[in-house]
Design a protein around this ligand. Sequence first.
Ligand SMILES: Cc1ncc(COP(=O)(O)O)c(C=O)c1O
Length: 434
Amino acid sequence: MTLNYDELRALDARHVWHPFTQAGTAPPPILALGARGATIYGADGREYLDLVSSWWVNLHGHAHPAIAQAVADQAARLEQIIFADFTHEPAIRLAARLTELLPGDLDRVFWSDNGSTAVEVALKLAHQYWHNLGEERTTYVAFEGGYHGDTVGAMSAGRASGFFTAWERMLFPVEMVPFPATWDGDPDPEAKEAVALDALERILDRHRGKVAAVIVEPLVQGAGGMRMCRPEFLRALAARIRDAGSLLIFDEVMTGFGRTGDLFACRGAGVTPDLVCLSKGISGGFLPLAATVTTERIWRAFLGEDLTTAFLHGHSYTANPLGCAAGLASLDLLVTAECAQQRRTIEAVHRERLAGMSGIARPRVCGTIAAFDLPGGGEGYGAGIGARLKKEFLGRGLLLRPLGNVLYLLPPYCLDRGELERAWDIIAEVVAGL
Ligand SMILES: Cc1ncc(COP(=O)(O)O)c(C=O)c1O
């Protein structure tokens, strides 16, 4: 039975529950018929330039033929298999390649299937690592404004993001440190960093020997408003945590796979954390896949003669072969000189265009990510200006999803200079008219 677009829309309205949406007031979703490169084709006959990489997952453009082919080939061979007692070539090869690209001794990959589970795994590994060593370290430390996903552990670590008030009583306590958000022309980033490091020291002192791990989104806090920090801060943070004998978790679910310029923010910042959470771009935006990568030291603490020290955690679609095949094909594209050049071009255009914009506050760029605040638009995710602007931009063919009064671009790397310049022209026009 084929359904026409109106019938599909009616069925969507009748049966589908969309994420992060107030269905009581939201306009009907756009029915996507297909997408190529950075362009999404709507059933409304319109085209939308995807400047948010479809929730930060897409790297090389939609329906990239090389990745599509890799997925199709893999689907014809082995589509899915239980990952306990079995293993398979795409998961093995992708694990080996990721560990080659990550710094230091981040050599062990635990597969899962989305960013929240990658974080949940990291939090649980940290907890059990200490438990297996005979130490009860149960305190976690995270950053104000941080967002780590929507499962209970991830929400607890992101409790200061403002997204989770409805579930406040479900969450476990996490100590919060202010995030030293900085921007181009910030007169005093060091002062904010000193405040953050001081707060961290006090927590580490107060909970001496009890802090299991500190979790941070390195270089850029995503959902909290594309808030950026300096690599110097991450290096100082890592040193403090190392001195305290605690574990450092980098949540690179958003920052991984080239978003911040370097392949991973940890590499760019010159820090090797104890655990790294990866997802989103890991499959080039094709399939749900995630990894929590850790060191031999942590891996060894889980070895034993029986299940008591084993990590009894797993998801049905762990290490899905299609996702891993997509990941391998995506990595082939990511490590090319051409892709590095595309990322540099995006960064250069962001910088040029932001420098020429007026009526904005806190302009900032980190690799392919550009953001700025709109003064006077209210603050926080729910700020009304965000919804108004989203609608305005969609009307002009741009898929942009402001985070409250923060407007940001996080495009796929295939976006060419002309497309990006056109997007910035429209943004400048809309901002000037506010
Ligand atoms: C930094 C970070 N961690 C974790 C997540 C959760 O990922 P997922 O939506 O795949 O569960 C996100 C999602 O936006 C994120 O930005």
